[in-house]
Design a binder for this molecule. Structure first.
Ligand code: SAM
Ligand code: SF4
Length: 441
């Protein structure tokens, strides 16, 4: 048998890109490739890119520049750009960096093997279509090899919300939900391969409305279907929009034992004036009332959020509204960003907040979030949690895993294997993780 060719994929950005990279690696597996951990010696390098902020997009070009030496050592090396930068910049990428052979958008990557074949005959290949066909149908069924216990599964793509700052509706296209039966088949396959926890992915995952046997199904309906799969122990989903947090989903958080008590619910700002200018379609009060209802259904739920500071026209008073909202909610985790102007979005036309001021706000917000995060984590000490072990730790017998609240937990002398679920008593809270002992030990 001929030696397999080597594919190096570097993934930037969100979990959807992580899932897409896995699917692209599998698709290229059918074209004689296996993945490798290093760009050196690879036959093909693929950067799966993120366009959400300017820094993320620019990183791609500096990374590409680094491959010049590899390409001159091995002229047969093929270099591809996938993901949202590919979608947004298309041919421009090959113009700016001529060593790129292939550019493929997130909706066309099922065509990757055929595009790679074209590059082997000396062509440049570009595909940033939003094709009629469903890429998931065109992709071959997933291989059956054993895999780690936690997996992502994309159930919904694209977004119709058009927040004023965001490129997603342009790079990922309109909101589309995958049919229920396809998702269940993929979930069962993953469970057969050793998966015990599935995180359902979508840019707007709680707007899910995939075709089911009796018409469209909501995300809660899909979760209850997944709940029936033996061997699947944990279900998560991300990312949710506050306006799509329907009653049946809130109720599922109270009653579905496999649905983990963790919810990523981005608010972006605590100022009504800014939320309006962001076109977020929820306000501060509706968000806070929503949080109350979710906590009434599942009191121990850990909430996580996204925040943008320095959005055009944001004043210190607007920023203080965001800080007050954070105080009121108490987040267990959060992602915060300085506003980055993205070409083609409505907010890109507006006057920027002074950069030093925006940086200072980000610093203050992150300090508050870090304190909250740490306080929530510290309160876990003395509690018993369930941990799904994902990998061995650095020390003999040590295992690392995640609690139901998504805290990283390490356990010494766990006497456990990857994929085991165990009850663990938390004994210590560190900078970014908890440590515990097996309950009853
Ligand atoms: N769909 C999700 C939602 O509505 O919250 C988020 C998707 S986006 C990939 C992830 C996060 O990136 C957003 O929640 C937002 O905080 C941040 N983000 C998006 N565009 C941004 C921009 N232009 N500048 C800074 N942060 C941005
Ligand atoms: Fe972007 Fe807003 Fe859609 Fe989230 S809801 S992906 S922030 S446009």
């Amino acid at each position: 048998m001929a030696d397999k060719k080597k594919l190096f994929i570097k993934t930037y950005g969100c979990q959807m890109n992580v899932y897409d990279s896995e699917r692209m690696a599998e698709a290229m597996g059918g074209a004689g490739y296996e993945t490798t951990d290093s760009a050196e010696g690879a036959d093909m390098i693929l950067l799966n890119t993120c366009h959400i902020r300017e820094k993320a997009a620019e990183k791609v070009y500096s990374e590409l520049g680094r491959f010049k030496g590899l390409k001159s050592e091995n002229p047969d090396l093929k270099i591809g750009v996938a993901g949202c930068v590919a979608q947004a910049e298309g041919e421009e990428i090959m113009r700016r960096q001529p060593l790129v052979d292939l550019v493929v958008g997130p909706q066309s990557y099922h065509r990757l093997p055929e595009m790679e074949a074209r590059t082997r005959s000396g062509e440049k290949a570009l595909d940033t279509d939003f094709p009629e066909e469903d890429k998931f149908e065109k992709l071959k069924s997933r291989p059956k090899a054993k895999r780690g216990p936690a997996a992502f599964l994309t159930v919904q793509e694209g977004c119709d919300k058009f927040c004023a700052f965001c490129v997603v509706p342009y790079t990922r296209g309109a909101e589309v939900s995958r049919p229920v039966d396809r998702i269940l088949t993929e979930a069962r396959d993953l469970v057969e391969r050793g998966v015990r926890e599935i995180t359902l992915l979508g840019q707007n995952v709680n707007a899910y409305h995939g075709a089911g046997p009796k018409g469209d199904m909501t995300l809660a309906g899909l979760i209850w279907e997944l709940d029936r799969i033996d061997g699947l122990e944990r279900i998560r989903f991300t990312t949710s929009h506050p306006n799509d947090m329907m009653d049946d989903l809130i109720e599922a958080h109270g009653s579905c034992a496999k649905l983990m008590p963790y919810l990523h619910l981005p608010v972006q700002s605590g100022s009504d004036r800014i939320l309006k200018r962001m076109n977020r379609s929820h306000d501060r009060d509706s968000y806070l009332r929503l949080v109350e209802r979710i906590r009434a259904a599942r009191p121990d739920i850990l909430l996580s959020g996204d925040f943008i500071v320095g959005f055009p026209e944001e004043t210190e008073a607007d920023f203080q509204d965001t800080m007050d909202l954070i105080q009121e909610v108490e987040y267990g985790q959060a992602f915060s960003f300085k506003y980055s102007s993205r070409p083609g979005t409505p907010a890109a036309e507006r006057a920027l907040v002074d950069d030093a001021e925006a940086s200072d706000r980000l610093y203050r917000l992150q300090a508050l979030i870090t304190r909250q995060q740490r306080a929530v984590q510290d309160r876990m000490v003395g509690r018993e949690v369930s941990v799904l072990f994902e990998k061995p730790g650095r020390f003999d017998g040590q295992m690392l895993g995640k609690s139901e609240y998504l805290h990283a937990v390490h356990v010494a002398d766990a006497g456990a294997r990857v994929g085991d679920l165990a009850r663990v008593r938390i004994v210590e809270s560190g900078a970014n993780s908890l440590s515990g002992v097996l309950a009853g030990a």
